[in-house]
Design a protein around this ligand. Structure first.
Ligand code: HEM
Ligand code: HEM
Length: 192
């Protein structure tokens, strides 16, 4: 069977996302096992701090700060945003009382998925499609045949490229929703 973009590249990416869900479940189970369930609630704070520190990359990219190597800061962004998201997920638990923080979770997860897509997939996917194109050309296929053979792979690549359009605006939505949730928690505590 011919290798496809879905099998070779998209499925491993899905596994990285599943890894996040698994890390969240393991940490949550460990806290339950150790009778430290209450700690989970507090994990929102270090989670937010890790995500906030990870945003230094964006400050550097838009030249709001001039220190730090962009490549290193991007690596740090990916690592800290991933870890921070796991902590925030454990923090959220499976309670459902209010909509706002769950919207913040939805924005956060959309960004994790788009971030993973962008960093792990696009480069490899592009070279995959190019190498298929070259090998079909050496087999002697005409340009039209090559395009029709590559139709689904090329469509998948176009879809994946959309990640950049999503990542920054959704990050802004995440910040607004998360701030609204955190502020409402503190105002509520203040009124008690
Ligand atoms: C400084 C950071 C944070 C603090 C102090 C904080 C605090 C809290 C507290 C006290 C609760 C319990 C509220 C209740 O039981 O009624 C809660 C619930 C929750 N938080 Fe946070 N939080 C923080 C960050 C976040 C972030 C960044 C997100 C999402 C991306 C988030 C999502 C949630 C969710 C989904 C719940 C469960 C809501 C529900 O019961 O329906 N939190 N948070
Ligand atoms: C809490 C979740 C996340 C948030 C809120 C977030 C937010 C951001 C922000 C604000 C930027 C800068 C965009 C700009 O200034 O133009 C960015 C860039 C980026 N993020 Fe994330 N991110 C998250 C998770 C991730 C994850 C998990 C990954 C991958 C493992 C990732 C990969 C990237 C990449 C590759 C860029 C560079 C984009 C570019 O410079 O063109 N992000 N992210």
């Amino acid at each position: 069977m011919k290798p496809s973009l879905l099998g070779r590249e998209v499925l491993p990416l899905l596994l990285l996302f599943v890894g996040m869900v698994a890390a969240t479940s393991l940490l949550d189970a460990a806290l339950h096992q150790l009778n430290l369930r209450w700690v989970g609630r507090y994990l929102g704070i270090p989670g937010v701090m890790l995500i906030a520190v990870s945003m230094i990359y964006s400050l550097r990219k838009h030249k709001w700060i001039s220190w730090g190597q962009p490549a290193r800061l991007l690596k740090l962004h990916k690592l800290l945003a991933w870890l921070g998201s796991v902590l925030v997920l454990v923090h959220a638990g499976i309670h459902f009382n209010s909509v706002l923080p769950w919207l913040a979770i939805a924005a956060m997860l959309t960004n994790v998925v788009s971030g993973l897509t962008g960093s792990f997939l696009i480069g490899r996917a592009r070279s995959f499609v190019e190498s298929r194109r070259t090998s079909l050309a050496t087999e002697g296929l005409s340009a039209t045949d090559i395009e029709s053979r590559l139709f689904w792979d090329a469509t998948m690549l176009d879809l994946l490229k959309g990640w950049r359009v999503v990542h920054l605006p959704i990050a802004l939505a995440f910040v607004v929703l998360a701030l609204a949730h955190i502020l409402s928690i503190f105002i509520f505590w203040g009124w008690r």
